[in-house]
Design a protein around this ligand. Sequence first.
Ligand code: GLY
Length: 271
Amino acid sequence: MFPSSALRSSLPGTHAFRSAIVRPPSANFSEGLTREDLGPPDFSLALAQHAQYCAALERCGLQLTRLPADARHPDATFVEDTAVLLPRCRVITRPGANSRLGETDAVRECLSTQGVPLETITTPGTVDGGDICEAGEHVFIGLSARTNAEGAAQLGTLLQAAGYTSSIVDIRGIDGILHLKSGLSWLGERRLLLIDALAGDPAFADYEPVLVESDEAYAANAVRVNDVVFVASGYRRTAARLRELGHALVELDMSEFRKMDGGLSCLSLRY
Ligand code: GLY
């Protein structure tokens, strides 16, 4: 049963997640899309990292729905791109890469079975969930190579009808990030973890920035899960800064997903 009202989390300004959808990588994961030049992922290691990620979600109290791996869609493990799930607005997206369009079917079916009321992004709109950054009652919508203006406008209208405000952040001129959340994470209240290239955007003017140094840019894709923040392991200065600010961290090895242009947030749909 989908919660009709948001439960409080102990992280200020956030609501509690009770559930998540995850999907392990398929054996042909290496055939997915990537702009990275880090070599092919090791499938066994990717499975192990995915299992550790799922275990961390479960330790945070989330009940997982595990979709089967889908070899027809080698990027399907990045399940976050298929939906936007907020307490009052749940939307099946229309991913911006043709090879990923079919990924939404299983997620729609899964959420429908759970009784989640769903809106849908329709053609010619495209939205990848990785471009959508919830910050409580406000939502940042990234315009990217995957999320187009029509998709962003459709989502903005749905959010407004549900009582959320939103703003557009155009990342099309920023090198090195696929999605908005590749360079931005909301940490609760008005605190954002973000890369330098995003810091000057007027959309973030009223927020407290926590800047990620350029050689640790991958760590900007963190994900708060109730009272902890998941961060990729190996980014020592970012982790130290977040601890200094009082955040409890779960550090997870993401090396194989990074090779396929994916981050921590991409691996689950949390609700
Ligand atoms: N491999 C993630 C994406 O390109 O969508």
